[in-house]
Design a protein around this ligand. Sequence first.
Ligand SMILES: [Zn+2]
Ligand SMILES: [Zn+2]
Length: 342
Amino acid sequence: MKAMVLKKICDLKENKHPLECVNLPEPVPGEKELLVKVSACGVCHTELDEIEGRTPPLHFPVVLGHQIIGRVEKVGSHIHTFNPGDRVGIAWIYSACGKCEFCLSEQENLCPEFRATGRDANGGYAQYMTVLEDFAYPIPEMFSDAEAAPLLCAGAIGYRSLRLTGIKDGQNLGLTGFGASAHLVLKMTRHKYPNSKVFVFARSAKEQAFAKELGAVWAGDTEEESPEKLDCIIDTTPVWKPVVEALKNLECGGRLVINAIRKEDVDKNYLLNLEYPAYLWLEKEIKSVANVERRDVREFLELAAEIPITPEVQEFALEEANQALVELKERKIRGAKVLRIV
Ligand SMILES: [Zn+2]
Ligand SMILES: [Zn+2]
């Protein structure tokens, strides 16, 4: 089968072709696994973190990609839920042990044996992949393959972030950073918490205007003060300044949730601006989001069909994966990037 593989960590500024198109043997499903013929795979920022070594893969070469839509081609001998021909989705959570205290207390995302699709196991930048039956999801019919792919990451993780804020209807939510995940969160909030107001902090006037178009009551620059205190805030930026600046807008007892797998070190010194009395005291909390549980993926897919949320996508051929990654790195964003795989 055709696959785009990463053979070593590299700097995308120097190497614009980090992935190589190779022929790999078609994987063979284990008894509880499905062999999936991939039709679409979303391109995510986390792939940049994998390529550049901020969250390095366990082994090389590795097939990246964790927002996968495909059809079941073959099933293992112990499969109960899916049949050949069924359409399935595969997300960031590839497997967890199922036995540890985290797995047994609805925190499988924190399992020490958590494995990520396309990092710790081969993912969807290929014609085929295998997955445990319990870690594949049926996809609501209303979405095309390309539309459904980006829902599996930005959507599911956005949903988890919103859940972790503990927001109640009527409370104010702030979003700092306004990329794919944040704009999905805005749509979810408007639907699930119709009496809550959303305030958006974004650097560009274009993003601010877009946020208002989607229903934000206010949009301003990262350093601005919001006109009302915020009960909770979700940060989706890769840097520190927005976190520090957002804390001053947080209500007493409020919670700021950082939805980023890694923070870049470029503005780490900005943390020295953190003034304890104004920014953290009075029981303000900071919490990070790590990975997703299967529950987040399932619940979000249902919600996305109900609202409905249909992402705008920009399609690339599998062989154009490097181009899609470089454009993402250079922030040339026109909708979610999705590889079309035939
Ligand atoms: Zn992702
Ligand atoms: Zn576990």
